[in-house]
Design a protein around this ligand. Structure first.
Ligand SMILES: [Zn+2]
Length: 424
């Protein structure tokens, strides 16, 4: 990393910690660090509300935040930017708003599960969910701003974060069996029943998944549900077959994490059941709200969360493809964990009834546009690896791994993400 860029923020500016955090993210993205100075003459860049500054902040953005107004309809212009009082784009506040998902704060129109609806998002309104908008703004600044374009920059090569939510281990008889029955495949039904009762259930397949990954030089992280009931898992986390699979992941160099259940049980209860302190979490059903979800991750001392994805669509829920520390507005400092946006989930494509070839194309088009500055977080459930109800998905996964390997894109694990991005 080269020497720090000196930045002056005019003292009459509100939300200085938020501005500093966003600037640190922007410069970190380009291989620099920031040093904030109280002396204007020492600064390369000045920030403030007046037009005497290099970057002009929107006072209105801060006033609306002060009134707890977060919705994109009120905060953003029709083309998705925060605009300052001189009519120019406030790039810094726009990035703060996008990356931190402020549009979701205190949402009053959640879906049936209590989640922020994709259809209420600015990404839906602007048809921009597949765009890495915050990155595009950063790139634009560093190629067009007279002071920034002179700086030497560097970029991180994109990497892939492979993850698996383990929702069901014993559902194969029912779900794949139903499929086999509909397709008149009696031998398949007999095999499923035999495996479920005497052999290994088809969906207790963590070692099969890891073997497939190893063929291409990848490892992955498995997120386990600790609550067995209708809304959550169909397995007992402490039962011998599950305990064995859990240990098997560790022994093969993979990682395990918490898949926080829906319902009444608390994080602390589930962490206790987990046995050791999990590094990371993903909320089951991606069920969380903001800022409460981030508060819970921090209060329970998790170092990483990877729940930030839209269930109904492929793409970027916060218009940013890199792990980051979200900003805690209430405490006026960054949260103590790293959020890793999830871009692709198998079930999204399944629910959309999207042909496998199209899903593959969608992913690789995204990869092509984002060879730098992304961590591609993929979530493939264990039950998508059987060739009945979810046929085609295990081949899709294999094709994705093969394609990434060919492009020279390496894997990244929870521990490495924390190491690289927590400092932000
Ligand atoms: Zn789940």
């Amino acid at each position: 990393m080269s020497s720090a860029i000196h930045i002056y923020i005019s003292p009459d500016t509100a939300r200085q910690e938020l501005i500093k955090h966003t600037l640190s993210l922007i410069f970190f993205n380009k291989g620099h660090s920031c040093a904030f100075t109280a002396h204007k003459d020492d600064a390369l860049i000045t920030i403030g509300y007046s037009d005497q500054n290099d970057f002009i902040i929107s006072e209105n953005f801060h006033q609306l935040l002060g009134q707890n107004v977060f919705s994109h309809q009120q905060q953003l212009s029709h083309n998705g930017n925060i605009v300052n009082k001189f009519g120019g784009t406030d790039f810094i506040s726009t990035i703060s708003y996008l990356v931190n998902s402020f549009q979701e704060y205190y949402d009053n129109d959640p879906d049936q599960y209590g989640r922020f609806k994709y259809t209420n998002s600015l990404q839906h309104q602007l048809s921009s969910v597949e765009n890495n908008t915050a990155q595009q703004i950063i790139d634009y600044l560093f190629t067009s701003h007279p002071k920034l374009k002179e700086l030497k920059t560097s970029a991180r090569k994109s990497r892939v974060f492979l993850t698996h939510d383990i929702d069901s281990v014993y559902g194969s008889v029912k779900e794949d069996g139903r499929y086999a029955l509909d397709k008149l495949m009696p031998m398949q039904i007999l095999r499923l029943i035999y495996n479920a009762t005497l052999g290994t259930p088809d969906w207790l397949n963590m070692s099969k998944i890891m073997k497939l990954e190893a063929e291409y030089g990848f490892k992955s992280t498995f997120y386990w549900l600790l609550v067995k009931n209708k809304q959550n898992s169909d397995y007992d986390f402490h039962s011998p077959p599950i305990a064995k699979a859990f240990e098997g992941v560790k022994q093969s160099g993979g990682e395990n994490g918490l898949h926080k259940s829906m319902g009444e049980s608390s994080f602390s209860e589930e962490i206790k059941t987990f046995g050791t302190m999990p590094r990371g979490n993903r909320f089951h059903f991606l069920k969380f709200t903001l800022p409460q979800g981030y508060d819970l991750i921090e209060e329970n001392a998790l170092q990483l969360d990877t729940s930030l994805g839209f269930s109904p669509v492929f793409g970027l829920r916060n218009s940013f493809g890199q792990p980051f520390r979200p900003f805690n507005l209430a405490k006026n400092r960054p949260y103590n964990f790293v959020e890793v946006p999830q871009i692709l989930m198998d079930r999204t494509f399944y629910n959309l009834n999207m042909p496998i070839v199209e899903a593959k194309k969608k992913f690789f088009d995204f990869v092509e546009k984002n060879k730098y500055n992304c961590v591609f977080t993929l979530n493939f459930h264990n039950n998508f690896f059987t060739e009945l109800k979810y046929r085609g998905y295990s081949q899709l996964y294999r094709d994705i791994l093969a394609g990434l390997k060919e492009l020279g894109i390496e894997g990244i694990m929870q521990s490495e993400i924390i190491e690289e991005y927590y400092k932000l």
